[in-house]
Design a protein around this ligand. Structure first.
Ligand code: S3P
Length: 422
């Protein structure tokens, strides 16, 4: 399995903000992460590839970025772009941010608003809160207490990264906990960061400004969001028995596994261990008879990238699956709520969007035969291809190049498991 995308971005960014050398192994060498690596180099860090998936970063220190000579291009990646906006906001430099057509259509105000409270401002572009734009970082960043209106790790991380340079304590409060990789990794690099519970599902994260982070070693675990594709493939293709090693099992990322188990999936976890503050395990997945379930809205942050492939599993299940509270899916690499419904419909599955809920009628099999529009969204392409593995007729997608943003070896790996691509 490829390295975790969230962890890979963060390892490069924290490595660049630390003093001295950081070594990263198992880095995801997908386009999204490589764009973050390039932007760290453009901001003054030394970033070298030292072997397969092995990287070394020589950081510039907190607030030490230099003005980049050209716009930073984040391609398809909201995570790279928004986290680096936070890191730049704490430095007295201006940097231009840009991305592909998908990223240019995504909302940036959710990150720019709190960063403005800390003293950063957009000095060019940014029409409608969209890329391209130039961000002027703060000379004297202010610590803030920010109650995030959305459960988004990207918003939280941007504020915390800016907060490293804001003398005092920067606090982020979230009503629903989002993935906590930034908090865990900041601690690993020596930051003073404390998390406490806030309400039934929320968290309060307090970071004390940091004159210096030290370099660290990061072992990147396998990405559970990428593992989701072969896992669902194994569940729906009769006779499958698959073992995946070192898959990250951070509870804020494993909502899909919980849901699939509720549907009757056989997913066994063995050999748990941890590295750089992240738990991981070996997973054994066997083809299973699935049934429809109801997925509660509070589970969404822990499986926000997995609804597309869950919808595929739901289509092969017996009975109705109701997925609630999916409003955030509308602002991902594509409008994933509409795209999921379209992907299923064109392949003969009965599906309905009701407000922010997605309802899939599982009939135990999928007719298939449809052509799926990927809308520059890697996860649509992979979900549709997984559906094709078990559908009555093959499934077509209009673009596979976009898969390289997160899972460059998806097709050869699935071929190795017996999948046929034409
Ligand atoms: C990510 C956070 C999530 C997720 C994205 C990765 C991260 O986005 O969808 O793929 O690494 O912080 P939001 O923060 O917008 O929910």
């Amino acid at each position: 399995m490829p390295g975790d995308k969230s962890i890979s971005h963060r390892a490069l960014i924290l490595g660049a903000l630390a003093v001295g050398e950081s070594r990263i192994s198992g880095l995801l060498e997908g386009e999204d992460v490589l764009n973050t690596a390039k932007s760290m180099a453009a901001l003054g860090a030394r970033v070298d590839r030292t072997g397969d998936f092995a990287w070394m970063v020589h950081g510039v220190g907190v607030a030490g970025f230099k003005t980049p000579q050209t716009p930073l291009d984040f391609g398809n990646s909201g995570t790279g772009c928004r986290l680096v906006m936070g890191a730049v906001a704490g430095c007295p430099i201006a940097a231009a941010f840009d991305g592909d057509a998908s990223l240019r259509s995504r909302p940036m105000r959710r990150v720019l608003d709190p960063l403005a409270l800390m003293g950063a401002k957009v000095i060019a572009g940014g029409e409608g809160g969209r890329l391209p734009l130039t961000l002027q970082g703060a000379r004297d960043p202010l610590p803030i207490e920010y109650r995030s209106p959305v459960a988004s790790a990207q918003i939280k991380s941007a504020v915390l990264l800016a907060g490293l340079a804001a003398p005092g304590i920067t606090t982020v409060i979230e009503q629903e906990a989002s993935r906590d990789h930034t908090e865990r990794m900041l601690k690993h690099f020596g930051a003073d960061i404390v998390t406490t519970a806030e309400g039934p599902h929320g968290r309060r994260i307090a970071l004390t400004a940091q004159p210096e982070l030290h370099g660290a070693e990061v072992v990147v675990p396998a990405d559970p969001s990428s593992a989701a594709f072969p896992i669902v493939a194994a569940l729906i293709v009769e006779g499958s028995d698959l073992i995946l090693s070192d898959v990250m099992t951070n509870p804020l990322r494993t909502g899909l596994f919980t849901t699939l188990r509720e549907m009757g999936a056989s997913i066994e976890e063995t050999e748990q261990r941890g590295d750089a503050g992240e738990p991981m395990a070996q997973l054994r997945v066997r083809a299973s008879k699935l049934r429809g379930v109801e997925v509660p809205p509070e589970r969404a942050p822990s499986m926000i990238d997995e609804y597309l492939v869950l919808a595929v599993a739901a289509a092969f299940a017996e009975g109705t699956t109701v997925m609630r509270g999916l409003q955030e899916l509308r602002v991902k690499e594509s409008d994933r709520l509409e795209a999921t419904a379209a992907m299923l419909r064109v392949n003969g599955v009965k599906v309905e969007i009701s407000g922010d809920d997605l309802i899939v009628e599982g009939r135990g099999h999928v007719p298939g035969g449809g052509l799926v529009a990927t809308h520059m969204d890697h996860r649509i392409a992979m979900s549709a291809l997984v559906m094709g593995l078990a559908a009555d007729k093959p499934v077509k997608v209009d673009d596979t190049a976009i898969i390289a943003t997160s899972f460059p070896d998806f097709i050869p790996m699935m071929r190795g498991l017996g999948a046929e691509f034409v």
